[in-house]
Design a protein around this ligand. Structure first.
Ligand code: GTB
Length: 220
């Protein structure tokens, strides 16, 4: 059965692949599972039909027959458990890959999201600069720790896994701040993720949504 995911009809990131449908698309591409996409507007996300899928009125969601999931991490884990390619067979290695998925979402992503909030929503506050530097220090602390652990390895724990997929997806959100450049091994790690053909296909698919919308926009 072909799953259907939801994504922004008009992504505020203008197709740069930072919205969280990207990680789900990437996981589906890695395992070779075709999927349909239902595009939703900000208004539609808060209406009953979408709230029935996602209690917080967000994207992404994932529907497959009777199964409805929200939370990008849970969706990626579901895909990784149902298909070969994103989780190792060895039980201990599998547990560690899942641990890295949690690390990406629970330890790395919160300060990254705090930075986006500071930049997008708190810019006019008197305390904005202080807040931003405090958040940046938290991000640097985590990046330094992650950089030390990764060392010169290609991936976090042996072969590429769903843990790397989510970690790269989170680190990509730091890239435009310039902070990631301070950690050359993490920059290379992210570049390795972006170079994967599955990532490229997922990126192109979400960019096509933005370009289609842009070319349909009335001019003049
Ligand atoms: N924990 C949830 C998950 O992992 O699935 C978080 C889901 C989430 O935050 N979804 C966002 C959303 O639906 C889109 S991804 N927001 C609408 C709303 O809450 O009303 C977050 C996002 C948005 C925009 C950018 N950007 O422009 O760069 C990046 C990421």
């Amino acid at each position: 059965m072909t799953p259907t995911i939801t994504a922004f009809e008009r992504s505020p990131d203008r197709g740069s692949g930072l919205a969280r449908d990207m990680r789900v698309r990437w996981a589906l591409e890695e395992v070779g599972q075709p999927y349909d996409v239902c595009l939703v507007s900000f208004e539609a996300m808060k209406e009953p039909a979408h709230l029935a899928l996602h209690p917080f009125g967000q994207i992404p969601t994932y529907e497959e027959g009777d199964l409805v999931l929200f939370e990008s991490g849970a969706i990626v884990l579901h895909i990784a458990e149902r298909h070969a390619g994103l989780l190792p067979d060895d039980a201990n290695a599998r547990a560690r890959a899942i641990m890295w998925m949690f690390a990406a979402l629970n330890t790395m992503e919160p300060p990254v999201v705090d930075r986006e909030i500071a930049v997008l929503l708190e810019r006019d506050e008197t305390w904005h600069e202080q807040r931003l530097s405090a958040v940046d220090e938290r991000i640097r602390k985590r990046l330094g720790e992650l950089s030390a652990r990764l060392g010169d390895a290609d991936w976090l724990d042996g072969a590429f896994s769903a843990g790397d997929l989510l970690m790269v997806a989170v680190l990509l959100r730091v890239k435009r701040s310039g902070i990631l450049d301070e950690y050359p091994n993490l920059s290379s790690y992210v570049a390795r993720g972006e170079a994967r053909p599955a990532y490229q296909r997922a990126f192109a698919a979400q960019l096509a949504v933005f370009r289609r919308r842009a070319s349909n926009r009335p001019t003049g």
